[in-house]
Design a protein around this ligand. Structure first.
Ligand code: AMP
Length: 222
């Protein structure tokens, strides 16, 4: 199964991607994670990306496309995967489509998680993230508190608020989503790949709804 998870920042893509990848054995490819890793390692890509990410802007297409190509051109590339946070522009979608066609790994479906802007603001500004790369658990200051304040329940790392999880940046990211990424909805609908799932409610219910959407008859592949 090869799936793109689409939706505004904070719609729960990361949480659902972790569930889908651990339960269905799909590789989780998140461009946000790849970029944050590049920043942590202070690579040239990381230095360039940081300015855009801190401002809530999209990192240039070419940089992100290169990262994804690097991941999928390798001999050990995944054959079943979830793309989380990529593509985010029409131009990235065209590059993605060509890449997957070239490596003969057509998409199964694109899941769109629908969440209102108000709910996203509430979620992201209270979000606490585990910085441990092999954990990545996500909490919320009021609605999903860790057992010990500020400490990850699973790996005991000290939780952080991501640099880009503040109100000003979130508003900017939402604006970018509506201006650039929302165009992908009709694009993937026209390809017969789009499945819409409500992204508000219990995490497990949303997960089951995603599974049901994936089991619907597959449309033409991209
Ligand atoms: P995410 O973790 O998916 O919310 O991404 C965090 C930030 O990384 C975004 O706000 C962008 O600045 C950057 N980013 C992640 N994926 C992409 C992408 N496909 N295109 C451009 N920028 C991206």
């Amino acid at each position: 199964m090869r799936v793109i998870l689409l939706g505004p920042p904070g719609c729960g893509k990361g949480t659902q991607a972790r569930l889908l990848s651990s339960r269905l054995g799909l590789a989780h490819v998140s461009t946000g994670d790849l970029l944050r890793e590049a920043i942590r390692n202070n690579t040239p890509v990381g230095v360039k990306a940081r300015v855009f990410m801190d401002a809530g802007k999209l990192v240039p297409d070419e940089t992100v496309n290169d990262l994804v190509h690097e991941r999928f051109r390798r001999i050990d590339r995944p054959t079943t995967f979830l793309l989380d946070g990529y593509p985010r522009t029409l131009s990235q979608a065209a590059v993605c489509k060509k890449l997957l066609t070239d490596i003969r790994q057509p998409l199964t479906a694109v899941i769109l998680l629908d969440v209102t802007d108000e709910e996203i603001l509430r979620r992201i500004t209270g979000r606490l993230t585990c910085p441990n790369k092999s954990c990545g658990a996500v909490y919320h200051a009021t609605s999903k508190q860790p057992k010990v304040p500020g400490v990850c329940d699973l790996c005991k790392s000290k939780l952080i608020q991501r640099d880009d999880d503040n109100e000003k940046t979130v508003r900017s990211r939402l604006e970018v989503y509506h201006r650039e990424t929302a165009e992908l909805v009709p694009y993937f609908r026209d390809l017969g790949l789009l499945r819409e799932v409500a992204g508000q409610g219990e995490i497990e219910t949303i997960y089951q709804n995603i599974l049901a959407a994936l089991q619907k008859q597959a449309g033409p592949t991209c």
